[in-house]
Design a protein around this ligand. Structure first.
Ligand code: SF4
Length: 324
């Protein structure tokens, strides 16, 4: 087919393309609805809004995104009981460490309690709050996407050594990065800035591994409470911490696996955060109840009920401990 013939055919197809009046009305209606939705988002100053459940937010899942809630649990490592639970409307867990650690502390009467979680909970602000409340945490540090990228191509912050006495950084080419007066605020944290003179960087033989073409000199940012994180990361490098991190998966996956596979629960049936909190608590209670029956059996459970009724727990406590 020649080019002219093909163009003629396309013109004919375009001429035959008819849009009915109903379809135009439908499109106009859709446009009006979408415009109203956009206005609503602007009025609410939000970038997402669920009309059927105003509290639900978008959660990113490996297979798809959905409007949902983020269920949090804390599990005791010995008997796998859920000792604390909550609901978050954030798709990430970065703001949950202190909240869940505090809830666990209220339940567990143990001054030596150690809270461990996956690296999704690693947040310097949350770790600082836990330290201030005397809660020991073991959370593996996160390697952010930015750091990974930098690690591949250029020096990362790890290659710049901090000197506490002088309050300065030393770069891989032995130049000093001095603190400037100005601080920056990022994600609610105040950061000090350390800078080296551009004349040093200009002549540096390692420049290619350190700076982008357009950057004249190196700047390193340091959180004003970074000492806490330095000490924390030293603790995380110990064998004891690594052992605890390794054990974590088998602790918390037990309840989640049982809840999803055995109890068959994989989504909330109610709407609004208040009701979801209630449903979540009921599910976790059901899990704990089943767990207790599995551990002590029905006979001992009856004895326990009687002991609770008669306010005489001291004797049954020993019996239960001996049984399990
Ligand atoms: S480019 Fe500047 S900061 Fe980087 S290694 Fe060289 S002198 Fe140090």
């Amino acid at each position: 087919m020649t080019i002219l013939e093909r163009l003629d055919k396309e013109d004919n197809n375009r001429a035959n393309l008819k849009i009915s009046k109903e379809e135009i009305l439908k499109l106009a209606d859709k446009k009006e609805r979408l415009t109203k939705d956009l206005e609503l988002l602007e009025t609410l100053k939000k970038n997402q809004y669920n009309k059927t459940d105003h509290d639900a937010t978008v959660m990113s899942k490996p297979a798809h995104n959905l409007m949902a809630y983020n269920s949090q649990i804390a599990v005791d490592h010995r008997y796998k009981f859920i000792i604390a639970t909550d609901i978050s409307t954030n798709s990430h867990d970065l703001d949950q460490l202190h909240n869940m650690a505090l809830k666990s502390k209220e339940i567990v009467d143990n001054p030596h309690m150690i809270v461990t979680a996956d690296r999704g909970y690693y947040s310097s602000k949350e770790i600082k709050k836990c330290i201030e409340d005397n809660i020991e945490t073991i959370i593996p540090p996160r390697c952010t996407g930015v750091n990974k990228k930098i690690n591949r191509a250029r020096f990362s912050k790890k290659q710049f050594h901090y000197h506490k006495e002088e309050d300065c950084y030393i770069c891989p080419n032995n130049q000093t990065l001095k603190k400037i007066e100005k601080q920056y605020e990022r994600n609610g944290r105040m950061l000090d800035v350390y800078r080296v003179s551009s004349s040093h960087c200009k002549l540096c033989s390692l420049k290619q591994n350190c700076l982008s073409d357009k950057t004249p000199n190196k700047q390193v940012y340091r959180w004003e409470h970074e000492d806490i994180i330095d000490n924390y990361n030293t603790k995380m490098a110990t064998q004891q911490a690594k052992k605890i991190v390794k054990k974590r998966g088998s602790i918390v996956e037990h309840p989640f696996g049982t809840i999803k596979r055995t109890l068959g629960w994989d989504h909330f049936l109610v709407r609004s955060k208040k009701k979801v909190l209630g449903e979540n608590a009921l599910i976790m209670f059901t899990y704990n109840f089943r767990r207790l029956l599995n551990l002590i059996g029905i006979k001992l459970f009856k004895k326990l009920c009687l002991a609770i009724k008669n306010n005489n727990l001291s004797q049954i406590r020993g019996e239960i401990a001996a049984y399990i």
